[in-house]
Design a protein around this ligand. Structure first.
Ligand code: EPZ
Length: 417
């Protein structure tokens, strides 16, 4: 079984280049199903989740060619099946994002119900409610969601919660629908904007992505395009926390600083020194961390995908920090693992109370999701002794070459097969 071994590594210094965004490329890959013509996409991160989505696209009829490293040419001349198999859906929840494009392109889809995962049940009720509003009949049987429509008709959809996936799925369904669709209380994440920009570059007509109200005017067809994926703001944030926690000095390249504002604000509060440049950011820290309170919120609030990493950082703050998780109902699985390393944290409902300064010691721990895995690496970098992390496949899903990137700035970290 693969393990990541980490030893104490303070004052990490050097440069790390961030890859394209996992949470932008996954819906964009699904959106290639909307066009019969070629889509050339650059800055695609080498991640397990990208591999799974490409496998699914091939099953559905896509022709995929790697024309250079991190660049794919994807052409879906014909959709050969509208059924997404259990094996792939069960591996990755985001596979469900092919439902919108399949309904738009061929008027039906048969997709296995995506499972929950460690961080929560992760229902799809908001997706289905939106598809019904666009004129889709939906029946669930034998674990599959069967959806059928003679024609998607634009409509007004109010999302009870600004779900990222539901917003993305419904945008993709509405793009080829007849008439106009308005999505109210939409998610505003930068990944939604990147998806809309991608689809508009193919001839789509989407206005307001990045705001709570998105208008989509249906068009007849979409044409070919070339697109570069936005940088991964969560990967960038993770390395910013590594710099703060280890008392280091890291220059993180390929970032969009407006996407990082909530992370920059909170790191400043902990006492880190941050220098923002056009497409890079420098984080310098003396390793003395001030306690701060965190509340996760939909963008532009503090991202839930950075919560675990901040729990590791705040474990060594001088004082009490409170983390309130409002997005997922069970996203504190990493707390149990961090406690094995000596982190003094108490979970009370949807809040975690950290009483620093904890003395961290290396231990055998398990990654419970990809951000939890990143938090354990951060804790391992500041703990006395060696930390051994198992279930590393979680980490490989969302962090391209995290071990190489950290080794390059001085971290004592290695992968053991
Ligand atoms: C996306 O997941 C991201 N994944 C997640 O990143 C991220 O944590 C999440 O958005 C929130 O920002 C991708 O983009 C591939 P949601 P998604 O729908 O779309 C509830 C990572 O670490 N909900 O915004 O699944 C849901 O249960 C991953 O990179 C419903 O109730 O998130 C959750 O509590 C983890 N009904 C909340 O909304 C629905 O129909 C947010 O979910 C849909 C969602």
């Amino acid at each position: 079984m693969k393990k990541i071994k980490v030893n104490k590594s303070l004052e990490l210094a050097g440069t790390i280049r961030v890859d394209g965004s996992k949470n932008a490329i996954l819906p964009i890959l699904a959106a290639t199903l909307l066009s019969e013509e070629e889509c050339i996409i650059h800055d695609i991160p080498k991640l397990k989740d990208v591999e799974i989505m490409c496998q699914l696209l091939k099953v559905l009829g896509a022709d995929i060619e790697e024309i250079e490293s991190n660049t794919l040419k994807i052409t879906v001349k014909n959709i050969t099946t509208c059924e997404a198999p259990y094996e792939l859906i069960s591996k990755m929840r985001a596979s469900f994002l092919v439902m919108g494009p399949l309904l738009a392109r061929c008027g039906n889809s048969k997709i296995y119900m995506p499972g929950g995962c460690a961080i929560g049940t992760r229902p799809i009720d908001l997706h289905l409610k939106g598809f019904k509003a666009l004129g889709t009949d939906i029946k669930s049987e034998n674990g599959y969601v069967n959806a059928k429509t003679d024609k998607l008709i634009g409509n007004y959809i109010y999302l009870d919660f600004p779900s990222v996936g539901a917003t993305e799925n419904l945008i993709m369904a509405a793009v080829l629908a007849e008439g106009e669709t308005i999505i109210e209380n939409a998610a505003e994440e930068p990944e939604i904007v990147d998806l809309a920009n991608f689809i508009n570059s193919m001839g789509g007509n989407i206005i307001g992505a990045g705001t709570k109200t998105i208008r989509i005017k249906g068009v007849k067809k979409l044409h070919k395009t070339e697109h570069t994926v936005i940088p991964d703001r969560i990967e960038a944030g993770t390395y910013m926390v590594v710099a703060a926690a280890t008392g280091g000095d890291l220059l993180i390249e390929n970032i969009v600083s407006s996407h990082l504002q909530p992370i920059i604000a909170k790191l400043n509060e902990t006492g880190a020194h941050i220098e923002e440049y056009e497409d890079k950011i420098r984080v310098v820290s003396n390793g003395i961390i001030k306690p701060v309170d965190i509340k996760t919120l939909p963008y532009p609030g503090f991202p839930t995908d950075m919560q675990a990493q901040f729990m590791a950082l705040l474990s060594i703050a001088d004082g009490t920090s409170i983390i309130h998780e409002t997005i997922f109902e069970n996203r504190f699985m990493h707390a149990n693992e961090l406690m094995r390393m000596g982190v003094n944290v108490k979970i009370e409902g949807s809040s975690a109370v950290l009483t620093g300064k904890s003395e961290l010691t290396g231990a055998k721990v398990k990654a419970t999701d990809l951000r939890a895995g990143a938090a354990l690496i951060i804790a391992g970098l500041i703990a006395e002794g060696e930390t051994e992390i198992t279930d590393v496949y979680h980490i490989e899903r969302g962090y391209a070459d995290i071990i190489g990137k950290l080794q390059n700035v001085g971290a004592k970290i290695r992968l053991e097969e």
